[in-house]
Design a protein around this ligand. Structure first.
Ligand code: ARG
Ligand code: ZN
Ligand code: CA
Length: 242
């Protein structure tokens, strides 16, 4: 036990077309983004406005690519029913108690990705990312070509809620994130004022909003605490702690 949190990652690639069988370089580019975003070494971290500089977090969790599993499929596009995670069409996760499984496949309906929160079935644990929103090269496509879909989904996997609390002026269970009216999209101009109680400036550059990849570049300290609690003694992902 050394207190450091290092997450082994297995990437499960399901492909119908040759392009969907993404390169190792594209996979590594996604791992690199996760390591930057969770260690405050992303190049846009310094764009966090002064208003939030006191709460911008270095989460201090790292990710190591352990294996890539590839499988050819006749499925044109996938939905959020977890079919990509099981027989006969999908790939079952590798040892989910000690490995973050990421499925990369073609999602239908404009879905960029989805995640399973802590405490769910181990057979479906992990995150799913659309092949066009995965990593920073290859098939990654603007405006979701900076790997932030996985940063956002891994945030959910570590128990983070959307910053607007999935309700009008909802509660994300994090004390240092402001109230947001609802999800923000695109690249909002700063400052964007909330009309919720206190009319705070919204933290639209938070990874748990819905903005474009180039417009999200921070977690908050409160979000960091919530994520670390998942790995602490008695936490639902304590099996990952070393
Ligand atoms: N819609 C997805 C979700 O709620 C992910 C959104 C990711 N946003 C992005 N800019 N990559 O989990
Ligand atoms: Zn989300
Ligand atoms: Ca909040």
């Amino acid at each position: 036990v050394n207190g450091k949190i290092e997450i082994p990652v297995v990437v499960n690639v399901l492909y119908k077309t040759a392009a969907q069988n993404i390169s190792l370089a594209q996979i590594q580019s996604q791992i690199d983004v996760l390591n930057k975003d969770f260690n405050a070494t992303n190049s846009d971290f310094n764009q966090v406005p002064d208003l939030f500089s006191g709460v911008k977090a270095n989460v201090g969790i790292s990710f190591v690519l352990q294996n890539v599993v590839r499988k050819s499929t006749t499925t044109t596009s996938w939905s959020t029913n977890n079919a990509m995670k099981k027989a006969p069409k999908g790939i079952a996760p590798t040892t989910p108690a000690t490995v973050l499984n990421i499925w990369c496949c073609n999602m239908g309906g404009g879905i960029l990705g989805y995640a399973q929160f802590p405490g769910g079935a181990s057979s479906t644990d992990g995150v799913v990312i659309d092949d066009n929103a995965f990593g920073t090269t290859g098939t990654a496509a603007y405006p979701f070509n900076l790997g932030r879909t996985a940063t956002h989904e891994v945030g959910h996997w570590m128990n983070l809620r959307h910053i607007w609390g999935d309700a009008t002026c909802g509660n994300d269970q994090v004390g240092d994130t402001p109230l947001h009216n609802t999800a923000n999209y695109g690249a909002p101009a700063y400052p964007h004022y909330s009309t919720c109680t206190g009319t705070p400036v919204e933290m639209t550059m938070n990874y748990m909003d819905y903005t474009d990849d180039r417009a999200m570049y921070m977690f908050s300290d409160g979000q960091k605490s919530r994520m670390l609690a998942v790995f602490a003694s008695g936490g639902p992902r304590n099996s990952f702690a070393q």
